[in-house]
Design a protein around this ligand. Structure first.
Ligand code: AMP
Length: 568
């Protein structure tokens, strides 16, 4: 039996861990725009490019094939200024929305930072999305420019371009025109005057119903990126940091772009997808010191076996953190056994913009727990009742995880969905939609989601978006989508489908529907399994009862079915 707690000693800490900062101290540690104001891109690149860090490597890019390429802070400052000028040339001004759909290539980073310099609201999209999720998001965000590559354009955009009427330009960075525009643009750009409340980033997240929600983040979020980069990830100036998340998701932006750059730290950016040997080689050859990854990746490494890891050496690695899904205790211990370091779980979500609950380097780790709220974060377990908000003070009691509203990177709205935003708050608290409990030592433990959204390989997937794509197929009468537990990716997307009159279930039709969904939604979102059902359980008001589908799938008690259609 493994102990319930991993106690840290001085020997576990190869460098003295950073001390915490108040939000105010973090704000003071940033430079602010010359002449006043605050801008993420200035803090991330231009300020370093103008100072002692100019020739330090900001991004070491590992292309899928070929030799690594280094971009110093000075390089990144000029490249992002070129992109800012190109975007301005397209008519983009402060407040306009720029979408970026690229693989993890340097231009992605330059386009995001360039858009931020211009005061635009930038929305990075996951490049594994299919045409449908892209079109939906660009239209919801009223995107004016989409920055992409030739390949992604041909595969995902060309067919749906006409369905995105607000787009004035699609820039293909590796196309003839894209390359020429960047080469001809000036590498100097005076950053637009933005302040802490100016919208900066737009991250789409999924709910149970309706369209995806565009969470709006402001330039002031950089205060939290700096503070948590320092305290939760323990970044020191000489670190080599690798955040494995794609910038199409909030972790890949907050900690794959902003936090390490703001700290003047070198980041590894790997263009390639997950590959066991490649990842170990990256950790070894790039001498990664701080590694921020995700449970699915760790479980894939575990599955490959410890012998693979033993071919490599990681003497430089000193801190490993994980986010995005529950991290099972075995994974924490695997880290200790194979990497020589426990994996430090932390918790946050798109809406919070930065890490809120974490196991920090100096803390004892309780494997299976997300850790404790960071300094400046007030987290509690709460319930919303008809009589108001009740904070559950007793350790061990489950409830919804809630946070005292007002931290710097808190989302400032769901684009065009004021009511949905307001519903997240009550009694001065932001309700996260996660169920959790707190123990007597103040550690938080994840219990599950309060809603039906699916977490697959760390990606949040809205069942409604998947159901809508399936319903577009002429054979489908109704569709209900659930997350089916999976030992590696957490949950896989499974769809139940009933057919229209005139269609019969068959293996051929099942394959056709899987292919249809994959083409529209992309591999990351499409269902992996489809099961035909004569009809789907619905509430009397007509909503598909996904909970019941899930309970039946798992052979669990069906719970309260009093609202089920057809019951008395
Ligand atoms: P996203 O907004 O896509 O980043 O997803 C956020 C959601 O992922 C949270 O609300 C949780 O449901 C889940 N999540 C994130 N971190 C953790 C964690 N450390 N343990 C368990 N679930 C997590």
């Amino acid at each position: 039996m493994r102990p319930a707690i991993i106690r840290k000693t001085a020997a576990d800490l190869r460098v003295a861990p950073n001390s915490p900062l108040t939000w105010e101290e973090a704000r003071r540690a940033l430079a602010g725009l010359p002449g006043g104001g605050l801008n993420i891109a200035y803090e991330a690149v231009d300020r370093h490019a103008a100072g002692a860090n100019a020739s330090r490597v900001a991004i070491r890019w590992l292309p899928a094939a070929g030799a690594p390429r280094d971009f110093t802070f000075a390089d990144l400052a000029s490249l992002s200024s070129r992109f800012a000028n190109v975007l301005r040339g397209f008519g983009i001004a402060k407040g306009d929305v720029v979408f970026v759909l690229c693989a993890r290539i340097p231009e992605l980073y330059a386009a995001v930072l360039g858009g931020l310099k211009l005061g635009a609201m930038v929305s990075p999209l996951f490049s594994a999305f299919g045409p449908e999720p892209i079109r939906t998001r660009v239209n919801l965000g009223r995107g004016k420019v989409l920055v992409t590559t030739e390949l992604l354009y041909q595969r995902k955009i060309a067919k749906v371009e006409a369905g995105m009427p607000t787009l004035a330009h699609v820039m293909r960075v590796d196309g003839e025109e894209g390359r020429r525009l960047v080469a001809e643009a000036s590498d100097r750009f005076e950053i637009e005057r933005t302040d802490a409340e100016t919208p900066a980033l737009l991250h789409f997240t999924s709910g149970t119903t309706g369209t995806p929600k565009g969470a709006v983040h402001v330039h002031g979020a950089v205060v939290a990126h700096y503070a948590t980069g320092r305290y939760a990830l323990d970044l020191h100036p000489e670190d080599i940091f690798w955040c494995t998340a794609d910038p199409g998701w909030v972790t890949g932006t907050s900690y794959g772009i902003v936090a390490p750059l703001v700290h003047g730290v070198t980041s590894i950016v790997d263009e390639a997808e997950f590959d066991t040997e490649r990842w170990y080689r990256n950790l070894q050859d790039q001498r990664v010191t701080v590694w921020y990854t995700a449970p699915t990746a760790i479980r894939m490494l575990m599955k490959a076996g410890a012998e693979v890891a033993r071919k490599y050496r990681f003497p430089e690695l000193r801190f490993v953190a994980s986010v995005g899904e529950p991290l099972n205790p075995e994974a924490v211990w695997w880290g200790k056994d194979v990497l020589g370091l426990p994996i430090h779980d932390n918790w946050w979500q798109t809406e919070t913009g930065d890490i809120m609950i974490a196991n920090t380097p100096a803390m004892d780790v309780k494997p299976g727990s997300m850790g404790k709220p960071l300094p400046g974060v007030e987290a509690c377990i709460a319930r919303r009742t008809d009589e108001g908000v009740k904070i559950v003070d007793l350790p061990g009691v489950e409830g919804e995880l809630a946070l005292r509203a007002g931290w710097p990177s808190m989302f400032r709205g769901y684009l065009d969905q004021e009511e949905r935003y307001r519903k997240c708050f009550a009694g001065g608290l932001y309700f996260t939609g996660d169920l959790a409990r707190r123990d007597a030592d103040g550690y938080f433990w994840f219990v599950g989601r309060a809603d039906d959204v699916i977490k697959s390989a760390g990606h949040l997937i809205g069942p409604f978006e998947v159901e809508s794509a399936l319903m577009e197929h002429p054979a489908v009468a109704e569709a209900g989508v659930i997350g089916k537990p999976d030992p590696v990716v957490g949950e896989v997307v499974k769809a139940f489908v009933s057919l229209r009159a005139g269609f019969e279930p068959s293996e051929k039709l099942r394959m056709e529907l899987l292919g249809h969904a994959r083409k529209r939604l992309g591999a990351a979102v499409a269902p992996k399994e489809i099961e035909f059902a004569p009809s789907l359980p619905r509430t009397r008001s007509g909503k598909i009862m996904r909970r019941l589908l899930k309970a039946r799938e798992l052979g669990l008690p069906e719970g309260d079915t009093s609202t089920l259609e057809g019951t008395a």
